[in-house]
Design a binder for this molecule. Structure first.
Ligand SMILES: C[S@@+](CC[C@H](N)C(=O)[O-])C[C@H]1O[C@@H](n2cnc3c(N)ncnc32)[C@H](O)[C@@H]1O
Length: 224
């Protein structure tokens, strides 16, 4: 007998036989080939931790989870919408502003936003948040997954400009995008120190192994 229960008292993330799932906002529609399961009249999408770093962080013990029904999120590096689609399930009355600079990825994201109206696609460069300042509102959450050498800078600049005072930031840091030759632990220490020096509070650090190699999720608040 398959069982479905809530994860960590979250009203919107579920565990189905040990796998994560979100309630499908668009029943019958898959986004990235994920499995759909029916439980007691509801349809759920299994959330693959090898495809989504947020799911990997949850399975590795994430405690800070500020995503609610009506949260406003600015998502940097939205790609074709894999993780944004699960956030879209979790925040049915909220908005996920999806910043992505690749036109190829953006085309799929635009298609996805046609059926998921809480996804707002923005074709722009996350290194230049002033470009899209007028298109977004101050966010409860900034989620950054851009895999660039300057990923910490990009995250901090968007946090400074676009996060509410009591908001939370998620930086999915990929060590190999910063330097493939160096020990990831050394890179994590340096980037954490940059975050703290700039006035951010590091609330949690979650290593994403075994789902993602050489990635650390930093969960941050602001203290300035
Ligand atoms: C690792 S993928 C993101 C995967 C996605 N977050 C998910 O979980 O479904 C990184 C994405 O960031 C985008 N990206 C990289 N640098 C960017 C920038 N400066 N501005 C906007 N998007 C950027 C890339 O085009 C790519 O689609």
């Amino acid at each position: 007998m398959e069982t479905m229960r809530k994860w960590n008292d979250s009203p919107s993330v579920y565990q189905f036989d040990g796998q994560l799932a979100t309630c499908n906002l668009t029943p019958g529609e898959q986004v990235y080939g994920e499995k759909l399961v029916e439980v007691r009249g509801g349809e759920y999408r299994l959330w693959n931790p090898r495809r989504s770093k947020l799911a990997a962080a949850i399975l590795n013990g994430l405690e800070t989870f500020p995503f609610h029904d009506n949260s406003k999120i600015i998502y940097l590096g939205a790609s074709t919408g894999t993780t944004p689609s699960h956030i879209s399930d979790i925040t049915p009355d909220g908005l996920v502003y999806c910043v992505e600079f690749s036109p190829r990825m953006m085309r799929k994201l635009v298609d996805l936003s046609q059926i998921r109206p809480n996804l707002i696609p923005i074709l722009d460069d996350a290194t230049k948040p002033r470009n899209y300042l007028h298109l977004v509102e101050k966010a409860d959450i900034i989620y950054s997954d851009v895999a660039q050498p300057n990923q910490t800078e990009i995250f901090m600049e968007n946090m400074r400009l676009l996060l509410k005072e009591d908001g939370v930031g998620f930086l999915m840091l990929k060590a190999r995008s910063i330097d493939v030759t160096r020990n990831p632990e050394e890179i994590y220490r340096e980037e954490e120190s940059r975050l703290k020096t700039a006035g951010f509070r590091v609330l949690e650090k979650i290593d994403l192994e075994p789902y993602e190699k050489d990635h650390m999720a930093f969960v941050c608040g602001v203290s300035f």
